[in-house]
Design a protein around this ligand. Structure first.
Ligand code: TYD
Ligand code: MG
Length: 479
């Protein structure tokens, strides 16, 4: 019997210490240490005669069969996973409470009707799960299958799929891993879903549910189960607003993929991102819309992110951004007004504040506007968060438009980064952006002149406007 030992863990970052510390040497937080009992691992070597399971092989001798992924029947989810769930993998779906993690996985579980599934919930009773399932399936149009596969356009209402609840989906409300594995042995599922890792405990450890050592140990147990049986396990994990709760952080190293579900709760859009993915790209995102009866896929985000804007309103410009491999056209809105109080205000929604300050400084220097004495508000339509630097030019043009109170045509779009000296810099995969702008019916796209060299401008119906410095764009739009 292994001896139990006590350690102190930082609840923020998982740092382990044999004594209590006031301040964590790893993350610098104060008062985060908690005592947890851990069973000491026996460092014993293999006993005589016991068979060794792993054998080193030459790399040429290693054979494998092409893994067949389990499709989730949800185009957006599959896209983020890299084409379905890999057998034997351990996935973590993280996100703030209430963002829709349980909904997404239950919806997936209901859609995968051809396999036996076990949905373990430590948060909800079986009745509550059933109620949610009825809500997702019973009325209205529940989304099963990719809208793209069905050849539907975004915005089009999907056909009502009144289908009975899957007979292959088993649900159980349980929080102890040992008992979960007993259920697993009885049900023999092909996919295991656990909601959420913060509510699960193992009998091996004495600390409360949600503590670092519980989370680490339980995750390790699920990892072991997934690797041994080849049954993929989907774990749900909560994270706080700043995205740094100890739990999911210590799990990140153990799991094969970390998916993050995010979105502004005030808007219906939800974005699924892969922060880590051993079996696919981390550049892809999946976009969903939360509706009364579950999450609906949004395969074509641009078409509904662009508000039907009045031509006479100043302060808006459309950015041709790329998220993963997918072009996304987003409206940037800005309001510049004289500061009423002494210190001018700066506020940005969905855009980095420091980047905004930098762009304002560039505009002040290059275009000669006294923006330093003005309030500047910036908003990315639809509550989206954009990391693509190609949005810079649209941000600058929206600010300038509001400042001079001259509208930018809603049929113009922008795709370029801005440098510190006001130079308009090229962006990646510009042809894809141009092709999409063309398809969406834009009249002009403003790009860096360095991007124009490499493309055949005659291929597109859209007018391509090359600019080299921000002043040029300013003159072209507002002079
Ligand atoms: P939930 O999946 O429970 O969030 P999480 O598991 O991440 O904590 O969903 C939370 C919200 O979603 C809840 O406030 C209600 C809303 N919701 C809908 O709008 N439509 C639906 O069909 C469902 C099931 C939930
Ligand atoms: Mg939940």
């Amino acid at each position: 019997m292994a001896k139990a030992k006590t350690y102190y863990f930082c609840q923020e970052c998982g740092y382990q210490s044999s004594s209590w510390l006031g301040r964590c040497p790893e993350c610098g937080k104060f008062g985060t240490f908690a005592e947890e009992v851990v069973k000491a691992e026996s460092g014993k070597r293999r006993v005589e005669g016991e068979k060794l399971q792993s054998v080193p092989k030459r790399i040429q001798e290693v054979s494998y069969s092409e893994t067949v992924r389990i499709p989730t029947h949800c185009g957006e989810f599959d896209r983020v996973l890299g084409g379905g769930i890999v057998p034997g993998s351990l996935l973590l779906l993280g996100g703030e409470p209430g963002i829709g993690k349980s909904t997404l996985l239950l919806q997936t579980a209901l859609a995968v009707t051809d396999r036996k599934l076990l949905y373990v919930s430590g948060e909800e009773s079986e009745q509550q799960i059933k109620m949610r399932a009825d809500r997702l399936v019973g009325s209205g149009e529940c989304v099963v299958g990719s809208t793209e596969q069905q050849g539907l356009k975004s915005g089009q209402v999907l056909p009502t799929t009144h289908y009975p609840l899957s007979t292959e989906l088993y649900v159980v409300s349980e929080t102890v891993t040992q008992r979960i594995f007993e259920h697993v042995d009885a049900v023999k599922p092909e996919l295991l879903i656990v909601d959420s890792i913060q509510t699960i405990t193992t009998e091996d450890i004495d600390s409360p549910a949600g503590s670092v050592s519980q989370i680490r140990q339980c995750t390790a147990e699920f990892q072991h189960y997934a690797k041994q049986t080849g049954v993929p396990v989907l774990l749900i994990g909560h994270i706080t607003k700043d995205g740094t709760l100890a739990g999911p952080k210590v799990m990140e190293h153990i799991v094969d993929a970390v998916l993050q579900f995010e979105g502004d709760r005030n808007y219906g859009y939800r974005i699924l991102r892969a922060l880590k993915n051993r079996f696919g790209s981390t550049a892809e995102i999946g976009i969903f819309e939360m509706q009364g009866n579950g999450l609906r896929e949004v395969p074509n985000p641009s078409e509904f992110l662009l508000s039907q804007r009045d031509e006479t309103l100043s302060g808006a410009a459309v950015a041709a951004t790329l998220e993963g491999a997918r072009p996304m056209f987003i409206e940037v809105q800005s309001l510049v007004s004289s500061a009423v109080y002494g210190t001018p205000q700066r506020n940005a929604n969905g855009f980095d504040m420091r980047r905004l300050s930098m762009l304002l400084a560039v505009l002040e220097k290059r275009c000669g506007f006294k923006l330093g004495a003005k309030d500047v508000f910036l908003n990315i339509a639809g509550g989206m968060k954009v990391n693509d630097p190609a949005i810079d030019l649209a941000v600058a043009c929206a600010v300038l438009s509001s400042n001079v109170d001259i509208p930018v045509s809603p049929r113009y779009c922008f795709a370029a980064e801005l440098g510190l000296s006001g130079e308009v810099r090229p962006v990646s995969r510009v042809e894809q952006r141009i092709a999409e702008a063309d398809r969406l019916g834009f009249e002009k796209i403003f790009i860096s002149k360095y991007n124009v060299r490499s493309i055949d401008t005659k291929r597109y119906g859209i007018e391509i406007v090359p600019v080299s410095v921000i002043e040029e764009a300013f003159r072209a739009l507002f002079a």
